[in-house]
Design a protein around this ligand. Structure first.
Ligand code: DHB
Ligand code: MG
Length: 220
């Protein structure tokens, strides 16, 4: 199947570009053991992409909206300086506890702050002294636009907002598909169209996580 091919291609490239990573394997194992659906985390290649992007912009502060077990958050935290921080927003207390554990086990506890609760309310309550360099939106898709509007307020000018899962095996571009997640992505696209505060593009992804995509928005 296509997924097998994309998975083989991911694995082929990863064998050259991504070293075995016991800390991240432990994170995924611990997350799975908690009964959390760790399969929906970003892939290793996507995690490393976020990591390299943060390195290249000299990022210090990252906001993650929806963190599951903290897999992508660990990739991102590793790109930050000692005084850097990932602020992770999670609705589910079990996920939040698991993120804390996974960061502890990875030796990165000082680089994460988990805020438990509905992410939109958490974002609305935030008035950080220092804005974020990057916001990664990867939570419930029907709220994408709400998260994006707050992300624009919380990210620095010249910073980046990335939204995960914008391709969804092509379901997003099929407007007859009324799946609420697909509709959430479409609503975001309608919002971004002609939004004077960002310039954005979607990069579709194929690989071990199927056919999906990142929307990448530059905050003007
Ligand atoms: C789903 C959510 C995600 O964030 C993801 O990366 C893949 C799948 C989901 O809810 O199905
Ligand atoms: Mg996702």
């Amino acid at each position: 199947s296509n997924l097998d091919l994309w998975t083989r291609s991911d694995q082929y490239h990863n064998a050259f570009l991504i070293k075995p990573d016991p800390a991240l394997e432990a994170t995924q194992n611990n997350t799975r053991e908690k009964g959390i659906n760790y399969d929906i985390a970003v892939s290793p290649a996507q995690g490393k992409f976020l990591h390299l992007l943060l390195l290249s912009i000299g990022a210090r502060r990252v906001l993650e909206v929806g963190s599951l077990g903290g897999y992508s958050a660990i990739w991102m935290a590793r790109a930050l300086p000692d005084d850097g921080e990932v602020v992770a927003l999670e609705l589910n207390p079990l996920n939040a506890e698991t993120i804390e554990e996974n960061f502890q086990n990875a030796g990165l506890a000082s680089k994460v702050r988990v805020i438990v609760g509905p992410a939109h309310a958490s974002m609305q309550a935030m008035h950080p002294e220092n804005p974020f360099d990057l916001v990664f939106i990867d939570a419930d898709k029907p709220n994408n636009t709400n998260y994006f509007i707050e992300a624009k307020r919380l990210v620095r000018k010249g910073g980046i907002i990335i939204v995960d899962n914008v391709g969804r095996s092509g379901r997003v571009c099929d407007e007859s598909d009324k799946n609420p997640s697909a509709e959430g992505v479409r609503a975001l696209l309608r919002h971004i169209k002609d939004d004077p505060e960002v310039e954005a593009t979607t990069i579709h992804t194929v690989g071990e996580k199927g056919f999906d995509g990142f929307t990448f928005a530059y905050r003007k």
